[in-house]
Structures are given as structure tokens and as C-alpha cells.
Design a protein around this ligand. Structure first.
Ligand code: SF4
Ligand code: SF4
Length: 135
């Protein structure tokens, strides 16, 4: 089972396309819509978690690309607001991927965006609202 958390960017002419229906019916994928911002006849954005067999997921992503949707990893939208972070470390043990980690010997809490899997666990865990999803 493969899982991807993505942001699908719909240009105006594709907003009315039954994209999630096709992913489910044609590619046998599970599509969980996490957030949506779509206005008819304008550009739209869907934050989704798509899961299924790896080969089907890859085929589904090819379908989205051929359709003309811009697809980006949700992890690219995870952001730490440095000015709010006091490096308390509360997020470190909750982060499952090591994207938030204490560096030794300085003990600075660093955010490694390339390791982030966009699970969003750090967002409610941070008492200073330093972690955010840009959507
Ligand atoms: S929990 Fe928030 S304030 Fe504390 S280290 Fe993590 S991002 Fe910084
Ligand atoms: S979204 Fe998840 S993986 Fe990414 S930094 Fe936060 S807790 Fe870690």
C-alpha cells in the first residue's frame, strides 16, 4: 500500500472535472479530501491523501499530469515560522520522520523539510503555533 499527501492545483478549465471520481473508479485508489478551495470557473486547490497499490497510484498520478493538473507534495507546504519558535522541543518526539530534530551539541531544534511527510502532527503539538500548513 502506497500513500501520498498532495496538493492538486486545478486550472479554471478543469475545476468541473470529476477527478477524484476517476481516481477512485478507474485506478482503484482511496482518496481522502483533507481540505478544498474550489470556486466554479476559477482556479481551485484540493489537499488530498491518496492511497492504494503502488502501480495504481503511479498510474493515477500520470493521469493527473496528462490532464494538466499541477500536483505538488503537501510536505512542501509545511512551514516553520522561525520568529515564533522558541526551540522548546515539544514537536521533536511527535514528529515520526525526523524532520524536526534536536541538533547536538548546540541543542537547536531544526526543521528538515526534505524529511517531512506532511502528517500534520506538529501543528497542534506546537504551543507557539510555529508550525503551519500553507494552504
Ligand atoms: S514545538 Fe513549536 S516552538 Fe517548540 S521547538 Fe517545535 S516548532 Fe519550535
Ligand atoms: S508535518 Fe509531520 S513529518 Fe512534517 S515536520 Fe510536522 S510532525 Fe514532522
Amino acid at each position: 500500500m502506497a500513500v501520498k499527501r498532495l496538493i492538486l492545483n486545478f486550472p479554471a478549465h478543469l475545476v468541473d472535472q470529476p477527478v477524484t471520481y476517476k481516481l477512485i473508479k478507474k485506478f482503484d485508489l482511496r482518496v481522502n479530501i483533507l481540505r478544498a478551495r474550489i470556486t466554479p470557473r476559477e482556479e481551485g486547490k484540493l489537499m488530498v491523501e491518496i492511497s492504494g497499490k503502488k502501480s495504481k497510484l503511479e498510474a493515477g498520478l500520470r493521469y493527473l499530469a496528462e490532464l494538466g493538473l499541477a500536483v505538488q507534495s503537501l510536505a512542501q507546504e509545511v512551514n516553520r515560522r522561525q520568529e515564533r519558535c522558541i526551540e522548546c522541543g515539544a514537536c521533536v518526539s511527535i514528529c515520526p520522520s525526523g524532520a524536526l530534530a534536536v541538533e547536538r551539541p548546540t541543542m537547536h531544534v531544526s526543521f528538515f523539510g526534505d524529511k517531512c511527510i506532511a502528517c500534520e502532527l506538529c501543528v497542534p503539538a506546537c504551543p507557539y503555533k510555529a508550525m503551519e500548513i500553507l494552504f
